[in-house]
Design a protein around this ligand. Structure first.
Ligand code: NAD
Ligand code: MG
Length: 356
């Protein structure tokens, strides 16, 4: 759109750009019209985001010649389910969207995952764009094409790989985030630093995340884009993005999803870092530095759930394959590795992280 905008390409088939900058929601119409052609667009969002940003997006799209319809559903992970998905699909069909029309997901990861899934299955797939409004959606969920809803048995158990046609991240949206929701995104961003780059990690230790979120988002997205380009369907390298997520998902599940994803991932990251250090899998001491960084960003560094409860919850997770579970183990800040362990070893590994 202009020079002040950071653009990160995601080179999958077909490739798309992630645009990051201030004021982009108000300017998204012309950009999307050039990309998609003026057509009908269904903006799907939740009832917290709608009063903040729906009018801006609608005006921008209509101003660029789109015919806009919108549907607002209740906010929160508790609504990321099949009944909301059904509601979205019925809405798209009641609006007579055709395969040449388009969906816009305006919101956080819940909206993005659900609207993306609706777009992936409606008429066997129509195009969609992501307009992330949380830090978590900006650094993580809006990029990479994973879409899903939760089932009773667990999170994200029904979904599809379906890449967006564009991601437009307006950093001004972060200003209205409650601190806890901002922190959720910081957890995935800190995770990215531990995975990829000590220099990026240091930005979370020195407060750059709040001072210049666009810089941090761009670096996180660039890393994720590279991983997704090399392993779109999570056959190998993309599994690294699950750092902190085995224990994190278990914490979410044990809490009945009362603990939000990012907070759970932060605790899961702190636990697996302590496990890795205690078990001698790290190249240098890292657990204390990771915990301090998470705490500085308003995130938890542990959990009250028992190792037994967490291991049981983790082993019902969809990523378990046969008798082994693949864990992401931090070796040092900026380098992690996949480690396949027998499921029976998970309990002592988690215990090492809780008790250390
Ligand atoms: P969320 O979408 O529930 O948003 C959190 C809260 O913030 C909601 O109440 C929302 O209405 C509100 N909100 C959103 N934008 C706002 C703004 N700008 N100002 C004020 N309030 C705002 O949660 P999230 O943390 O964005 O996303 C979590 C979800 O993302 C989980 O379901 C998780 O499974 C999913 N996820 C998906 C991927 C992926 O690759 N697809 C990756 C990571 C996480
Ligand atoms: Mg995550």
């Amino acid at each position: 759109m202009t020079d002040s905008i950071r653009t990160i390409p995601v080179r999958v088939q077909p490739s798309y750009d992630v645009s990051i900058g201030s004021g982009l929601l108000g300017r998204c119409g012309d950009y999307l019209a050039a990309l998609l052609g003026q057509r009908k667009i269904a903006v799907l969002t939740d009832d917290t985001v709608a009063p903040l940003y729906l009018d801006t997006v609608t005006a921008a799209l209509e101003g660029a010649g789109f015919t806009v319809c919108s549907h607002v559903f209740p906010a929160g992970e508790g609504h990321k389910d099949l009944s909301t998905l059904a509601e979205l699909l019925e809405f798209l069909s009641s609006e007579h969207l055709t395969r040449t029309d388009c969906v816009a997901a305006l919101g956080g990861g819940v909206v993005g995952d659900m609207a993306g899934f609706a777009a992936a299955v409606y008429l066997r797939g129509i195009r969609y764009v992501q307009l992330p409004t949380t830090l978590l959606a900006a650094v993580d969920s809006s990029v990479g094409g994973k879409t899903a809803v939760d089932l009773t048995a667990g999170k994200n158990l029904a979904g599809a790989f379906c890449q967006p046609a564009a991601v437009i991240c307006d950093t001004d949206c972060l200003k209205t985030l409650p601190p806890d929701v901002f922190a959720d995104g910081a957890a995935e961003a800190v995770k990215t630093g531990v995975l990829s780059d000590e220099g990026l990690f240091a930005l979370f230790e020195d407060g750059t995340l709040t001072a210049d979120p666009g810089e941090v988002i761009a670096r996180c997205v660039a890393y994720k884009a590279g991983v997704v380009e090399r392993d779109e369907k999570e056959q190998g390298e993309r599994k690294l993005l699950n750092l902190g997520h085995t224990v994190g998902h278990a914490i979410e599940k044990c809490s009945g999803y009362a603990i939000p994803h990012g907070h759970a991932v932060a605790a899961g990251l702190a636990v697996i870092a302590r496990s890795a250090e205690t078990l001698g899998w790290t190249k240098e001491p890292i657990a204390g530095r990771i915990a301090a960084c998470l705490a500085k960003n308003g995130l938890p560094t542990g959990t009250d759930f028992s190792a037994e409860a967490l291991a049981e919850a983790a082993l019902s997770d969809k990523k378990r394959a046969g008798g082994d579970i693949t864990l992401v183990i931090p070796r040092k800040i900026g380098a992690c590795q996949l480690r396949k362990v027998p499921v029976a070893e998970l309990l002592p590994i988690i215990r090492a992280g809780l008790e250390a």
